[in-house]
Design a protein around this ligand. Structure first.
Ligand code: NAD
Length: 274
């Protein structure tokens, strides 16, 4: 990936999938731009946490130490003006974007539909579905400049095809990401842009740990039991790691995946089969 410029959203949280993806792409030689919201988490709705500016900068410095340039940027993927500022800065600095990983994602207040706050539904859809749409819309024309083409990899979720109770907003938003991926793949193939999605199962990140904590609270069961029950559903017998996802994303973002587009790739240790 020498000479390629990659943009990874939602990469400012230590131990997250975005951080692992950014490292992988940098190790493959890409210049990496990592972006995150860098704002306080919402006070009114339960939420897994937000990547902060200091954390984002530390991650960028560590990636630079691997030998590839890394640029940290603030972005709100729900805000078209903020996205334009981010894309403008990347183009001004590096002149191109070859790889986009739409990794920013969120869950707000999971609960049964009958009790779910309207705001929780709207915000979840806004970050996951609308955010992926807005960033792709802004970045795709840059990829196409000079007939270069590029790679877009979207973070959907196994929840898109195997929705669980209390997670309706999240599952619906990730199903929207999957559908958006397959529409974009057909629109952009003629311009040399491939668009694929990965559907991770249970990946051990801050977001997942928060989910297990919440489940433990609701079910009034010890945290360790909830995690063990989660693992029991996975034929591979363990949770996924951010690196398990990063290696597949890096392949989809590589030249080797040129003829792969519109694909939805489960990364789940076989959970959907169990
Ligand atoms: P994470 O919380 O570490 O990463 C999500 C990141 O998105 C955070 O850094 C957060 O600050 C950022 N973000 C949230 N709202 C944003 C906004 N408006 N603008 C910019 N950035 C914003 O969690 P993760 O588990 O690493 O998740 C990464 C992606 O993978 C998400 O899209 C998530 O839905 C998806 N995913 C995770 C799992 C899992 O088991 N962990 C499973 C399936 C899919």
């Amino acid at each position: 990936m020498n000479g390629k410029v990659a943009l990874v959203t939602g990469a400012g949280r230590r131990g997250g999938i975005g951080e692992a993806v950014a490292r992988r792409l940098a190790q493959a030689g890409a210049t990496v731009v990592i972006a995150d919201l860098c704002a306080p988490p919402p006070a009114d709705l339960p939420h897994p946490g937000i990547g902060q500016w200091e954390e984002l900068n530390e991650i960028a410095a560590e990636i630079e130490a691997l030998g590839s340039p890394a640029m940290p940027l603030q972005v709100d993927v729900t805000d078209a003006a903020s996205i334009q500022r981010m894309v403008g800065k990347v183009v001004q600095q590096f002149g191109r974007i070859d790889i986009l990983v739409n990794n920013a994602g969120a869950i707000f207040g999971p609960s049964p539909v009958m009790q779910m706050a309207e705001d929780a539904w709207r915000k979840t859809l806004e970050v996951n579905a609308t955010g992926t749409f807005l960033v792709s819309k802004a970045v795709a024309p840059v990829m196409m400049q000079g007939g270069r083409g590029g790679r877009i990899v979207n973070l959907s979720s196994l929840a898109a095809v195997r929705p669980r109770p209390y997670m309706s907003a999240y599952a619906a938003s990730k199903a929207a990401v999957a559908a958006l991926t397959q529409s974009m793949a057909q629109e952009m193939a003629q311009f040399g842009v491939t668009v694929n999605a990965v559907l991770p199962g249970d990946i051990d990140t801050g977001m997942k740990q928060w989910g297990y904590q919440l489940e433990a609270q609701i079910m009034q069961r010890p945290y360790s039991e909830v995690v063990a029950a989660g693992i029991a559903r996975i034929p591979a017998g363990r949770l996924g790691t951010p690196d398990d996802v990063a290696s597949v994303v890096a392949f989809l973002a590589s030249d080797a995946a040129e003829f792969l587009t519109g694909q939805l790739v489960n990364i789940s240790g076989g959970r959907e089969l169990a």
